[in-house]
Ligand binder design. Structure first.
Ligand SMILES: [Zn+2]
Ligand SMILES: [Zn+2]
Ligand SMILES: [Zn+2]
Ligand SMILES: [Zn+2]
Length: 387
């Protein structure tokens, strides 16, 4: 009998504890203990982990939810839910404090918004802009760039048939509206002190791209998008295992060709050169960025750049025409023969195999025989001017 009474007591205590902890019926919160924060309106979906967002400074600054996107239900008590809420708020606070120290404190200005996604840290001070037919504010524009960065990484993985393990590092991107912010932040974050640059990159072991919106070369949101795709592709290609920046290892054509290829694939033309002097010669325009036609015309005129003459230069040794042919050779190898072969080729080259051996092993071409296949391919696939 005493045994039965004992069990009843235990059962009753358990029921009381449960009623206190999580009442069976709280209509306010459906007994979850939390209610969604009402301050984020239509943008709530864009802030969620399911959208790839880990933290956003606008949400972290929310006085109601402090970054948790939910607040405590006052109608019921739920210790587990309250603990989880406090933990998320603490994480968000620590993240934002660290970002403000790294970015805002360096510029002594406070125009930056911050966002952390699954693979990127983005600091954003660009103004509202027309995107398509819509004018979007700074916060929405930051989210659009965060999504574009995530989409680029996904496309890079898919195109080269890689897995997440091939791109193990987080990337930092800083987009300033004004030159004076980039001119302080760029050198600080990349360790490269070039004055008057539009963008600066750190190609490892940390991966950083800092830029400002120079309206001469980046007149609209599309141009900024192309600039971002081009430069972040350089970071992705460099961190792809085995990590190495090819641009200063006599493989400038791969470094630039791949960056141009993704620029074209995502935004439809190529207008970024990674070489400030070229950039300044004309408003970042070579044949209007439509390079397939330009390459076809040069091939027809017998002015094609041979693979052998392209294959040993560093990135900063390439001129306009060589950039266009680097793009075309990558297009020929990557688009026509598939990402897996190109991935294997890049891995071999990064592992210090000479280009001629890697080309033979991955594609079956020699550095001399490739032109004989490439030139007819261009004539077959690239439309001549005027068509
Ligand atoms: Zn409740
Ligand atoms: Zn946000
Ligand atoms: Zn909130
Ligand atoms: Zn480049």
């Amino acid at each position: 009998m005493r045994h039965v009474v004992g069990w009843c007591c235990v059962l009753w205590l358990a029921l009381v504890a449960r009623a206190q902890d999580s009442p069976v019926l709280c209509r306010i919160c459906q007994s979850t203990g939390v209610i969604p924060c009402g301050k984020h309106g239509k943008s709530l979906a864009a802030e969620l982990a399911s959208a790839g967002v880990l933290h956003c400074s606008v949400v972290t600054d929310c006085k109601v939810c402090i970054g948790a996107l939910a607040s405590d239900c006052k109608q019921c008590a739920n210790a587990t839910a309250e603990g989880e809420l406090a933990r998320r708020q603490q994480l968000a606070r620590e993240w934002l404090q660290q970002r403000r120290q790294t970015i805002d404190a360096v510029t002594a200005r406070e125009p930056f918004l911050h966002i952390a996604t699954t693979h990127f840290e983005l600091a954003f001070a660009m103004k509202p802009a027309m995107v398509g037919k819509e004018k979007i504010d700074q916060h929405a524009r930051m989210h659009s760039y965060a999504q574009r960065l995530q989409a680029l990484r996904a496309l890079f993985l898919q195109t080269l048939e890689l897995t997440d393990a091939d791109l193990p590092d987080r990337l930092t991107v800083v987009m300033s509206e004004e030159a004076k912010d980039h001119s302080v932040l760029g050198p600080r974050l990349t360790g490269i002190g070039t004055a008057n640059s539009v963008g600066l990159k750190l190609m490892g072991p940390e991966y950083v791209y800092s830029m400002w919106n120079d309206k001469r070369s980046l007149p609209d949101d599309d141009a900024v998008h192309r600039n971002l795709v081009h430069n972040v592709t350089h970071l992705l290609l460099s961190q792809m295992k085995p990590a190495l920046w090819l641009g200063n290892h006599q493989h400038g054509w791969i470094d630039e060709g791949v960056a141009h290829w993704f620029e074209d694939a995502v935004v439809g033309k190529c207008t970024n050169f990674c070489f400030e002097e070229i950039l300044l010669q004309s408003a970042a325009s070579f044949k209007g960025g439509k390079w397939r036609t330009a390459v076809r015309a040069m091939v027809d005129e017998g002015k094609a750049v041979s693979f052998a003459s392209l294959a040993n230069d560093n990135t900063d040794q390439l001129n306009y025409v060589e950039h266009a042919f680097a793009f075309a050779y990558v297009d020929f190898l990557l688009a026509a023969r598939g990402g897996a072969k190109f991935r294997d080729f890049v891995r071999l080259v990064k592992a210090d195999q000479p280009t001629r051996d890697a080309l033979q092993q991955a594609f079956g071409f020699s550095t001399l025989s490739i032109d004989a296949v490439f030139l007819p391919w261009v004539k077959e696939h690239y439309a001549p001017p005027g068509r």
